[in-house]
Write a protein that binds this ligand. Structure first.
Ligand code: OAD
Length: 237
């Protein structure tokens, strides 16, 4: 199976890597849903922690929860899968991850569908944004421009994806020859819809996951195992 995937990759002119939380799991960043180990959403209600309604109900709780995730990401290091994806300048990285591990691995540009932990932005919609130190994130505070609350710069349930990032990702998935689907449960839409979109336009789908996932049925090649152990061997020249 690895050889089949490598052959597809070698023949491809345009490769897109669509990643999820499993990409960062071996760096010690917890996933959201994981059949084997549970995940962040086990024991938490996503609508309390990752939705506009949850933020309105208890903004301090939400910011503290995100600050815990920020500190965990700050302590983490890129793993071999991040480094392999970053090393191939011809691979476009489209990620659902809000950590900065692909960037720290040296990826030149990362298309982020769900925003990033390293930003705060105004929840009031005035457009104010500020970079946050992941190692020492600030507590809940007001927007210096309009006085509304600042919130983590991530996409929450019920919110739209960033228009520019989505347009780039959609267009790349329409034209790519191979879509690598790395460490995602492929359950959260619209992001997960990129896989069927690419497949429908003729791309070959290579799925790398420790378990079968919602992407399994779309896979031309499914490689079951850890991203950090599989992705480097797939992408090395
Ligand atoms: P999930 O937590 O839903 O899925 C993680 C996937 O990674 C699972 O299918 C695991 O089997 C797999 N996995 C775990 N460890 C792995 C490893 N070492 N190598 C390869 N695969 C591994 O995470 P996402 O699919 O990213 O959204 O979740 C999508 C979105 O749901 C997230 O971006 C987040 C979440 O709610 C928002 O916060 C808006």
């Amino acid at each position: 199976m690895i050889d089949r995937a490598r052959t597809l990759i070698e023949a491809a002119e345009q490769i897109v890597a669509f990643s999820g939380a499993g990409l960062s799991a071996e760096s010690g960043v917890p996933t959201f849903r994981d059949a084997a180990t549970g995940g962040l959403w086990e024991g938490y209600d996503p609508t309390r922690l990752a939705s506009p309604g949850g933020f309105a109900a208890d903004p301090g709780l939400v910011v503290e929860w995100y600050n815990g995730r920020r500190r965990a990401v700050h302590r983490a290091l890129p793993n071999p899968a991040h480094r392999a994806l970053a090393a191939r300048a011809d691979v476009m990285n489209v990620t659902q991850n809000v950590d900065d591990l692909l960037d720290r691995a040296g990826a030149r540009s990362v298309v982020r569908l769900h925003g990033q932990l390293a930003l705060d932005r105004c929840h009031g919609g005035c457009g104010y944004e500020e970079t946050v130190d992941l190692g020492d994130p600030p507590p809940l505070r007001e927007c210096p421009h309009c006085g509304a609350r600042l919130r983590p710069g991530v996409v929450w349930f019920g919110e739209s994806l960033p228009i520019d990032a989505w347009a780039i990702a959609e267009s790349a998935c329409r034209t790519c020859d191979v879509l690598l689907v790395v460490g995602t449960s492929a359950e959260v839409y619209p992001a997960a819809g990129l896989i069927a979109l690419a497949k429908g336009e003729g791309a070959r789908i290579v799925v790398i996951n420790t378990n079968p996932s919602a992407a399994s049925d779309l896979a031309d090649v499914e490689l079951i195992g850890k991203a950090g152990e599989i992705v480097p061997g797939l992408l090395e020249r």
